[in-house]
Design a protein around this ligand. Structure first.
Ligand SMILES: *Cc1c(COP(=O)(O)O)cnc(C)c1O
Length: 366
């Protein structure tokens, strides 16, 4: 018996991928971003589903993910979007035949050396900082680094890419794309060859087709989550994840009785309270105290009092019974609680909500 679990609807994942493909209309390939345990959804099942749908590329952020995917027999190209800092990591890149993001000579040397030792060639994607201020070199340095890479016989410059810090700002995004395209022309003028040029994350894909180039890198929208809810008017997705728990106790409290730590909620009249088997220890944010709601038997009920480490209270009616299933995220009847809604109430981003669910039990529905 589980206190809390997530259900992953793999047919919704397939639906979202098809929606993305429909909009792309063959203009670009897709690198599905599955970093951080596929945004908490489960690395292997998500990847296997995408591979069956003939996904072009997978994007990870740590090499444990590469090991797991290769061990499961997945042969799809993988790009490590994260940085590496040591020889052991470079060894793993070579062993698991992962393409690596490169943003310095130091990394190029690390990879080239390990690849040479095994008589192999490592694919690399050169990262250009056009405004993210994270991994990546500035464009002036980029040409020199591209030349440096193309002279290394154990490296293959397979791709060049950049990243957007705020793809909702179309003006800034398009200025980044102009800078990036000018850079690409410069590289091509030098006679340097590469296969992929890419920049678009989920928001850029939805807002700015100018950013598609020949490969896009969606993460969040694959999971049916919108970076911002206004985008749901433009593009239809199905949420992949739902999050559930149970009612473990029910009690009636008199008017004026307080609930939970800090006594932040006082019953305005006689009330029925249900205790849920969930808390911030299992990813239900403390900042949702007195703000969020849950679904039980198709009805919506508010959280009352502060969320505890392992328990949370809701104000319910007479229909709710001990053992009833509780929807924290997901649909029940005609009602729905969206990740985006919880993120807003909890003053965080949808990404953080789902990443916190990584360690819960996952139930997969074909
Ligand atoms: C995480 C990540 C993405 C995917 O971003 P979404 O907003 O989830 O689509 C794309 N590119 C890079 C480099 C990333 O780190």
């Amino acid at each position: 018996m589980k206190r809390t679990w997530v259900e992953i609807n793999l047919s919704a994942l397939r639906y979202n991928l098809r929606q993305i493909r429909k909009k792309l209309a063959n203009k670009a390939k897709i690198l599905a971003v599955i970093k951080d345990n596929a945004y908490g959804h489960g690395l292997l099942k998500v990847s296997q589903t995408l591979v069956k749908e003939r996904i072009d590329y997978l994007g990870i952020s740590n090499l444990r993910e590469a090991r797991e995917l290769r061990k499961a027999g997945i042969k799809t190209p993988i790009l490590n979007l994260g940085g590496i800092s040591c020889k052991e990591e470079a060894e793993e890149i070579v062993r698991y035949e992962v393409a690596q993001t490169v943003y310095s000579r130091r990394i190029a040397d690390l990879l080239s050396k390990q690849a040479a030792r095994r008589n192999k060639k490592v694919k690399v994607h050169l990262k250009i900082d056009t405004g993210m201020g994270r991994l990546g070199v500035f464009t002036e340095e980029g040409i020199r680094l591209a030349k440096y890479i193309s002279r290394r016989k154990n490296l293959q410059l397979e791709g060049i890419f950049t990243h957007f810090p705020d793809a909702e700002d179309r003006r800034f995004t398009l200025s980044q794309i102009r800078r990036f395209k000018a850079f690409l022309r410069g590289v091509i003028r030098e006679g340097i060859n590469f296969v992929y040029q890419h920049s678009a994350n989920s928001t850029a894909f939805l807002n700015s087709p100018e950013t598609w180039l020949n490969l896009i890198r969606p993460g969040l929208i694959l999971y049916g989550i919108y970076p911002n809810l206004y985008l749901s008017k433009k593009f239809k997705l199905k949420p992949v994840l739902s999050w559930r728990t149970k009612v473990v106790y029910i009690k009636d409290i008199p008017k004026g009785w307080s609930v939970s730590y800090g006594r932040t909620w006082i019953a305005p009249k006689r009330e029925r309270i249900a205790v849920l088997a969930i808390g911030y220890g299992e990813g239900y944010f403390h900042s949702l105290s007195n703000k969020a709601r849950v679904l039980i038997k198709g009805d919506s009920f508010p959280i009352v009092g502060n969320v505890c480490m392992d328990q949370t209270m809701v104000r319910v009616n007479g229909d709710v019974k001990i053992g009833d299933e509780v929807i924290l995220i997901g649909q029940q009847g005609d009602k729905q609680i969206k990740v985006e809604e919880l993120a807003k109430l909890g003053k965080t981003i949808p990404y953080e909500i789902v990443c916190r669910l990584s360690h819960l039990a996952h139930i997969y529905k074909r």
